[in-house]
Design a protein around this ligand. Structure first.
Ligand code: AP5
Length: 215
């Protein structure tokens, strides 16, 4: 399956993607995680992306589209993938259509995680992420680690993302409304959009998404 996950910052895309990708045996491709890995490795791409991410702005398409394409062309993605955070504007969605068409492929579904704004603000404020490459995600209240500040899965250090500050989150939400939301209509017009209410327990949201995909 080839699936796109859409939703505002903090909606739970990364959390759901981990479960859905496992259930469907496809790789989880997160452009946010790819940028953060490049930043921590000090690559040129990471250096170019960092200022945009710190401000909560989109990284320019000429950097993002090439990076996403390279990842989708890796052998593990030949049989399908779950995209998290890409595409994020209409020009990225059009570029993805071209990439898929050139390879004789198409998307199966676009899952839109629907959550109210005050809930995403709470989710982001309490989010803690593992510094190791796996980037496991926790929440100080909703998904607390057994030992404060330590990743349950690999023992790595948990940290608060720099772009999770209040001022940056405000801009990320604004960017979501102005630049990303238009892709919802784009995919609705293609008959691919499935809206998933994303409030409630993580496992319940996963079940709603799996049920929708099976239909
Ligand atoms: P990215 O990393 O993609 O950030 P985002 O889209 O803002 O999404 P988040 O990672 O903030 O949230 P999420 O929806 O994954 O939620 P999570 O599962 O962590 O992008 C970061 C930046 O990179 C962008 O701002 C941009 O600069 C750049 N970028 C990335 N892609 C780009 C692109 N295509 N083009 C240009 N620039 C790009 O959950 C959040 C919290 O909630 C966690 O603590 C979790 O434990 C908790 N939680 C999850 N589900 C539930 C639940 N059901 N109930 C209670 N708590 C829950």
């Amino acid at each position: 399956m080839r699936i796109v996950l859409v939703g505002p910052p903090g909606a739970g895309k990364g959390t759901q993607a981990a479960f859905l990708a496992k259930n469907l045996s496809i790789p989880h491709i997160s452009t946010g995680d790819l940028f953060r890995a490049n930043i921590s490795q000090g690559t040129e791409l990471g250096l170019r992306a960092k200022a945009f991410m710190d401000a909560g702005d989109l990284v320019p398409d000429e950097i993002t589209i090439g990076m996403a394409k390279d990842r989708m062309e890796q052998p593990d993605a030949a049989g399908g993938f779950l995209l998290d955070g890409f595409p994020r504007n209409v020009s990225q969605a059009e570029a993805l259509d071209v990439m898929l068409e050139e390879s004789g492929m198409k998307l199966d579904a676009v899952l839109d995680l629907e959550v109210e704004e005050d809930e995403v603000v709470k989710r982001i404020a309490g989010r803690r992420v593992c510094r190791n490459e796996s980037a496991h995600v926790f929440h100080v209240v909703y998904a607390a680690p057994k030992t404060e500040g330590v990743c349950d899965q690999c023992g790595g250090e948990l940290y608060q993302r720099g772009d999770d500050s209040e001022a940056t989150v405000r801009n990320r939400l604004e960017v979501y409304h102005t630049q990303t939301e238009p892709i919802i209509d784009y995919y609705k017009a293609q008959g691919l959009l499935v809206t998933i209410p994303a409030l409630g327990e993580v496992a319940d949201v996963t079940k709603r998404a799996m049920d929708a995909l099976q239909k």
